[in-house]
Design a protein around this ligand. Sequence first.
Ligand SMILES: C[S@@+](CC[C@H](N)C(=O)[O-])C[C@H]1O[C@@H](n2cnc3c(N)ncnc32)[C@H](O)[C@@H]1O
Length: 259
Amino acid sequence: MASPPSSVSPSTLITRLRSAGCVFAEEEAHLITSTARTPNELASMADRRCAGRPLEHVLGWAAFCGLRVQVDEGVFVPRPRTEFLAREAASLLTPGAVAVDLCCGSGALGAVLAHTRDDITLHAADIDAASVTCARRNLPGHPVHHGDLYRALPQRLRGRVQVLVANVPYVPTDRIALMPAEARVHENHRSLDGGADGLDLVRRVTAQARRWLAPGGHLLVEVQEQQIHTARQAFARGGLSCAVASCPEREATVLTGTR
Ligand SMILES: C[S@@+](CC[C@H](N)C(=O)[O-])C[C@H]1O[C@@H](n2cnc3c(N)ncnc32)[C@H](O)[C@@H]1O
């Protein structure tokens, strides 16, 4: 996209962003300038970023696995770490697979799955209405359901899902206060809060996964390293074998359960 005629010079924007605490001020200035369509939009984006809004909410999109995923205000910003989960899930897709992106947020994971294979049947779901609206734009042609975990899904998917990816909230409640303001203030708490040990949603998802997975189907979730042991117990209680994969560069840990 061409840069808008600007009343804010690049160097002024960089200086403003740097004073507001943006570590990657040059890069952000470039992204803001190339995304804004008019000088007014550029000024408004600069103001919002300098006021502490997440860059992706200001831009309206996030880069994820090489895709540009739209991210509305209040919707969870897909994290670079989660690209590992996306790639692990995509590697398990077979021709014509049924896949589900549960707790889809913007639909970033589902978008990667749909982009990996165009012959899959993909469903996504989230409890947050704003996320559902956003995911519908990122997943054209794929149903995005609104509701609590599996209750949102059509019953006809029971026993048919080959790849069930669920990036559920997994931050322990008392750790949310320690998160950067960008997440703590500007993202819905429901997208972060995993309960006392962070694994409430993991327990709920693993407990019912067997009913939805096809024989040999997989459930993939992301957790923190210190949660692996307890999360594995939840997979075992749910009747799933469990493998752990880690990506140290991304500080990402993915558990894959298989029915
Ligand atoms: C950590 S975010 C992940 C979003 C997206 N999958 C991603 O990786 O960018 C967790 C998401 O779970 C949703 N969520 C929380 N509780 C839920 C529930 N009980 N049922 C469905 N979705 C839920 C939140 O609204 C949020 O969008």
